[in-house]
Design a protein around this ligand. Structure first.
Ligand code: FE2
Length: 389
């Protein structure tokens, strides 16, 4: 490792509580935060899987009284739903938040917390960084996917339905105070969602590891996350009730989350946000379609780091040149995505040739694009999309 002659900053905020059955710690953790009337954020899928009942059971014998359950979250953290959720917290006089779900639920909770604390009404107008800048309602996250890493990130991606865009904000205090990682709540996640959210984790890790802002602390986390996903995601998809595979995937999602929020992602995420905003392509699926294509695009701009990616994915890189090792990493990613049964192209989403200029503009405007190792041109991004039609 080179001497740290350039400034390295690495931020951490969330207390991570990790064991099989950690949801039982919820009353204690809420007590530590001084929370007595939490609003639970969730969605119908989580409720139908029995996870809300599991969480309620953990609170049954405690002093905590659930102020209300907000279960209107759908795919993505939608502006209209966040605004409604903030009104709901005020109506039921909630004093804290428990987010039980995937990235959409957790980001909706962050958005509502920002509005309630900041005295704002419309999250669409809250775009930027540190606009509230002070402590918010106590907040516990229980991620049910593995995943977005939203349980440890201090920002949110929100979807503006009217403008068909995905934007976001960064607020240090919107992050969960506590992340309860309980592999039990991920066993019911359907195979397709397990695959897509798992590839989201892999994408966070690979993009963060090859970010121009990568640093040794983030590297330790993101490289390890690549190893864990490569080793355990197939099994989590094939055998959903394998608690060991679920536990490792959940841990991978969280450590990748801590890592990537310190270094940011890149063109895969920028393109995925554009695809999600305009064509409702689910985030993990969009990442899995874009990841190999963007890795090829970035191949000669990552300072040899795809060799480490290949090695972390179990490829024997001995004797390979830098270019060969990079190709091996890209092939390993393609192979994993194909074995998981995820789509390899954008067919089926109604995207036409004439949509490409706008899609490319939206991807170029996404903040994550700034962190791509190869500075992109708009026409190059349009061409990346074109090859996947
Ligand atoms: Fe992501």
């Amino acid at each position: 490792m080179a001497l740290p002659e350039e400034l390295i900053e690495f931020k951490l905020r969330t207390k991570i509580v990790y064991r099989v059955g950690s949801v039982e710690e919820l009353p204690f953790e809420l007590g530590e935060l001084g929370a007595k009337r939490p609003v639970i954020f969730t969605d119908r899928g989580v409720i139908e899987a029995g996870i809300l009942d599991y969480v309620k059971k953990a609170l049954k014998e405690s002093d905590v009284e659930i102020a209300g359950v907000f279960d209107k979250v759908r795919q993505d953290a939608l502006v209209s739903v966040i605004n409604e959720a903030a009104r709901f917290i005020k109506e039921v006089e909630g004093d804290s938040i428990v987010a039980v779900g995937g990235g959409s639920v957790m980001d909706t909770a962050k958005g509502a917390n920002v509005l309630v604390t900041g005295g704002e009404e419309d999250i669409a107008e809250h775009v930027g960084a540190e606009l509230v800048g002070r402590p918010m309602l106590p907040h516990v996250a229980i991620p049910t996917t593995a995943g977005t890493g939203c349980e440890v990130t201090w920002g949110a991606i929100i979807k503006n339905e009217e403008e068909q865009t995905k934007t976001g904000f960064i607020e240090w205090y919107c992050v969960a105070d506590v992340a309860l990682l309980d592999p039990k709540v991920t066993v019911s996640l359907p195979a397709a969602l397990t695959a897509a959210t798992g590839v989201d984790t892999l994408t966070h890790a690979i993009e963060a590891y090859t970010s121009p802002y990568a640093n040794p602390l983030a590297d330790a986390m993101t490289l390890h996350a690549i190893r864990l996903v490569s080793r355990w995601l197939r099994r989590a998809v094939e055998k959903g009730d394998d608690l060991e595979a679920r536990a490792y995937m959940q841990f991978a999602a969280t450590v990748a989350g801590v890592g990537f929020f310190n270094t940011m992602c890149g063109a895969v995420h920028a393109c995925a946000h554009a695809l999600g905003g305009m064509f409702d392509v689910p985030h993990g699926v969009a990442n899995s379609i874009m990841l190999p294509a963007v890795m090829e695009y970035n191949r000669d701009y990552v300072d040899g780091r795809y060799r480490d990616v290949a090695e972390a994915m179990g490829v024997d890189v001995r004797g390979l040149s830098a270019g060969e090792a990079a190709d091996a990493a890209i092939a390993a990613v393609r192979q994993l995505i194909s074995e998981l049964g995820l789509p390899a192209d954008l067919k089926g989403y109604g995207i036409r040739e004439e949509d490409l200029p706008e899609l490319a503009v939206k991807a170029m405007e996404d903040i994550q694009m700034v962190f791509n190792p190869r500075p992109p041109e708009e026409e190059e991004i349009a061409e990346l999309f074109r090859r996947l039609l």
